[in-house]
Design a protein around this ligand. Structure first.
Ligand code: GTP
Ligand code: MG
Length: 172
């Protein structure tokens, strides 16, 4: 059994990474947030899996090289636009790992309170393309919608990784 879980949030500037963390911690939407939240630790007894969980915020304004270190175990990518995910964020997250040891990744569409159309149709083809994507979530830091679920999925991705059921490359 793992001792703890470290989750990193990445994504475009202003998509709501810091707000998601603050909403999780305070259970209310903060009107103002710092650029980057201090690393927080959720104690084991309040997490569904009973494992202490550290959450690390990545500000869009930080340099590439500080994106993540070896201790991170799962990554939550908060999206604004889909093309950026495949052109920028997934390659950036994957550049430190090889194909067999990818960090599990969760795609997040925040600010669902502002969005009228679900983006699931755009997300599904991307999920099929990258086996490291565990799941995708639409949420709102403002309405507190799916916030605890989001961090639970990330925790679960580390503790109970699901291997790809079907890998297109294996067929070739
Ligand atoms: P950087 O640290 O600059 O990369 O930004 P960030 O991704 O941490 O975003 P931040 O949490 O600072 O939020 C940016 C703006 O979006 C703020 O004005 C938030 O109040 C707003 N915001 C965050 N989440 C939501 C949400 O779910 N709904 C709405 N309507 N606004 C949100
Ligand atoms: Mg921030």
């Amino acid at each position: 059994m793992r001792k703890d879980v470290r989750i990193l949030l990445v994504g475009e500037p202003k998509v709501g990474k810091t707000s998601l963390i603050m909403s999780l911690v305070s259970e209310e939407f903060p009107d103002e947030v710092p650029l980057r939240a201090e690393e927080i630790t959720i104690p084991a007894d309040v997490t569904p899996e009973r494992v202490p969980t550290h959450i690390v915020d990545y500000s869009g304004t930080y340099t590439r090289t500080s994106l993540y270190d070896e201790t991170h175990m799962a990554c939550i990518a908060v999206l604004m636009s889909m093309p950026q995910v495949t052109s920028h964020w997934i390659p950036l997250i994957n550049e430190r790992t090889d194909k067999d040891s990818r960090l599990p990744l969760i795609l997040v569409g925040n600010k669902s309170d502002l969005v009228e159309h679900s983006s699931m149709e755009t997300i599904l083809p991307i999920m099929n393309q990258y086996s490291e994507i565990e799941t995708c979530v639409e949420c709102s830091a403002k309405n507190l919608k799916n916030i605890s679920e989001l961090f639970y999925y990330a925790q679960k991705a580390v503790l109970h990784p699901t291997g790809p059921l079907y890998s297109p490359e294996d067929k070739e």
